[in-house]
Design a protein around this ligand. Structure first.
Ligand SMILES: [Zn+2]
Length: 117
């Protein structure tokens, strides 16, 4: 258990972010996550290519959001077990600056550079 960082603060931030992600994923689900409608009436001046590009971008964004959600859930789990703030690869303490930047970060800077997680 790290006693040199404010765990409560990071936990709050993680939970807030997780709630925001879940809310946005829920609302996207309600909109159907629908395949792009290509009928001219709705799409207007958007070309088919534009529409497909937009769809690819929103799918990529959705994947990133999903990964972030997994990272946050894993970080919260590590908080429960007292492992939060330690690198998941080498077990060294993660610099507080990294956690302040993104509380869901799970690796120290050295391992992040090697593994790009
Ligand atoms: Zn490490």
């Amino acid at each position: 258990m790290r006693d040199n960082i404010d765990l409560k603060y990071y936990e709050e931030r993680l939970k807030e972010r997780l709630e925001a992600i879940i809310a946005s994923q829920e609302s996207q689900k309600k909109e159907g996550g629908a395949p792009v409608e290509l009928d001219q009436g709705r799409v207007g001046r958007l070309t088919r290519m534009d529409a497909m590009q937009q769809q690819a971008m929103s799918q990529a964004a959705a994947r990133l959001t999903d990964l972030e959600r997994q990272r946050i859930q894993s970080a919260l789990g590590r908080m429960q077990s007292g492992d939060y703030g330690y690198c998941i690869i080498c077990d060294e303490e993660i610099a507080e600056g990294r956690l302040a930047f993104d509380p869901s970060i799970l690796t120290c800077i050295t391992c992040a550079k090697e593994k790009e997680i």
